[in-house]
Design a protein around this ligand. Structure first.
Ligand code: UTP
Length: 234
């Protein structure tokens, strides 16, 4: 049975408008029901978004050790994972009742459940890297990174208004854009450099897309052409 892995950026769980929030959750629930109805398995790794950043900022007023700050961030990713897990259990999906704390545990849980939802694992990377590691461990050939930008750009669009969206690149080209330095606690980038490094090592193809529009995520999961950046293993 085909297993698909998605990194779901934490910001996606909190669209600014309240009615957009319930619409987004409703569409995600539909997507999950449809997906498992077609006999496929889904591993979702949820990011920490706003609660992670808030918690890390709060913790920073008391200590600065990166390992400890990352530990705080991880707990926020698990909070978001729990919201999604309970939402999918509520519509009767066969979701693991346990939130795994490692990708090995998640891989085992995927043997007996259609859907496994998790957050972070250990300090030193973000949930993008966890999703790539989960794809590697459960033998998935690709990993979807659903975020709140439409594409990977050739340079940071927050700093450069002329940044160009890229439709197809290689992991080597992506590594040139993200750099290889791991991000600090709570720092964000189009794709976590550690995730890129692990994807290169395991030969995992990435699809980076805008998860605010779940029809794009569905296209990528169905193997159809999608709006976003396809990152080929080579
Ligand atoms: P996220 O995965 O949420 O980072 O982890 P992000 O890239 O900001 O993603 P969005 O905003 O949700 O899309 C939040 C923080 O939690 C810690 C790191 O400090 C990270 O910055 N973390 C997360 C870990 O240390 N290890 C993990 O496995 C996951």
């Amino acid at each position: 049975m085909a297993t698909h892995i998605v990194a779901l950026g934490g910001s996606l769980l909190r669209p600014e408008e309240a009615d957009q929030r319930s619409m987004w959750f409703g569409q995600l629930r539909q997507l999950a029901v449809h997906f498992e109805g077609n006999g496929r398995k889904l591993g979702i790794v949820v990011g920490g978004g706003l609660p992670a950043r808030e918690a890390i900022t709060l913790a920073r007023s008391s200590f600065t050790d990166s390992y400890r700050l990352d530990t705080v961030g991880i707990s926020a990713t698990r909070l978001n994972a729990t919201i999604l897990q309970q939402s999918l259990l509520d519509v009767g999906c066969k979701v693991s009742p346990t939130i795994p704390t490692s990708t090995q545990e998640a891989t085992e849980l995927l043997e007996s459940h259609n859907i496994v939802i998790m957050g972070g694992t250990t300090p030193g990377h973000t949930t993008d890297a966890v999703a790539v590691a989960l794809a590697r461990d459960c033998g998935a050939p690709h990993c979807v990174i659903a975020t709140n930008v439409t594409h990977v750009h050739d340079c940071d669009p927050r700093e450069n208004p002329d940044a160009k969206p890229l439709e197809e690149i290689t992991l080597t080209q992506l590594a040139e854009i993200t750099g290889t330095e791991p991000l600090g606690p709570g720092e964000s980038a189009a794709v976590d450099p550690v995730a890129v490094k692990w994807a290169m090592k395991a030969g995992i193809r990435l699809a980076v897309l805008d998860g605010r529009d779940l029809s794009i995520l569905e296209d990528a999961l169905e193997g159809k052409p999608f709006v976003g950046t396809l990152v080929k293993a080579e």
